[in-house]
Design a protein around this ligand. Sequence first.
Ligand code: FE2
Ligand code: FE2
Length: 273
Amino acid sequence: MRTLIHITDLHFGKITPGAADRLEEKIRLTRPDMCIVSGDLTMRSRPQEWHQARAFLNRLPVPYMVVPGNHDLPYFNLWERFRHPYRRFQTYIDEKLDPTYRDDVMAVMGINTARSWVPHYTWKEGSISAAQIQRATAFFKKAENSIIKIVFTHHPFLPPPQHPRTYLVRNARPALEAFEKSGVDLLLGGHLHLPYTGEISSFHQHIRRGMICIQGSTATSTRLRKKAPNGYSRIQLYMNRVAIITKQWTGTDYDDAGNAEYCRTETGWKRKL
Ligand SMILES: [Fe+2]
Ligand SMILES: [Fe+2]
């Protein structure tokens, strides 16, 4: 069994009073095997925001893995945004943009989907490249079938149930086809600041394998969308079962706000609860 905590969109620079400190305590109390941070650590990629993000991660008493989000690229300095888009992330957080981890229960890969620009009306959307898809395929190939395979990205692969026209990560289709072949079990993401879980083929009907998608609200920032409160997910991984508890900020604490459970079947994961 493994316990994960998934947090996303912390946005240091616009923190809900009390939330970051309480989140750190909750992580300390839960002692997960891994804390997964799926991007947007800062608001405008300012040095003081990076210092706060770095200090938060330094205080975590557990292993963590991080990918950048679109807010983590230089915002005011366009020259730097295009020449060295990830330099600040790499300076303050991690040299690796696509981090990996493997043990005898889980194989985890973060994929950086934040881009300086995308051919789109807004640059905030993300993309996954053919090279990244190849690297993920090679990484998961080394893991046995019984190992739970997890991908985390900043940008989503599954739209919120009420908003099917939401922009997804560019190249979601070839990426999901490769993930299906690799036997990926779980996809974790953020960016939308909306918490929901779902099964990937509920939207991408050509995908036959049941893959679980978990999207998080902004864990700590005042940038709320559609009145979704701050929150995060606690995920328990068993051999044939994944249990997800969604936590929600009440103003003083993060309380349980819902749960979901998925079971492994011959065609991937199916929701039970
Ligand atoms: Fe965000
Ligand atoms: Fe974002």
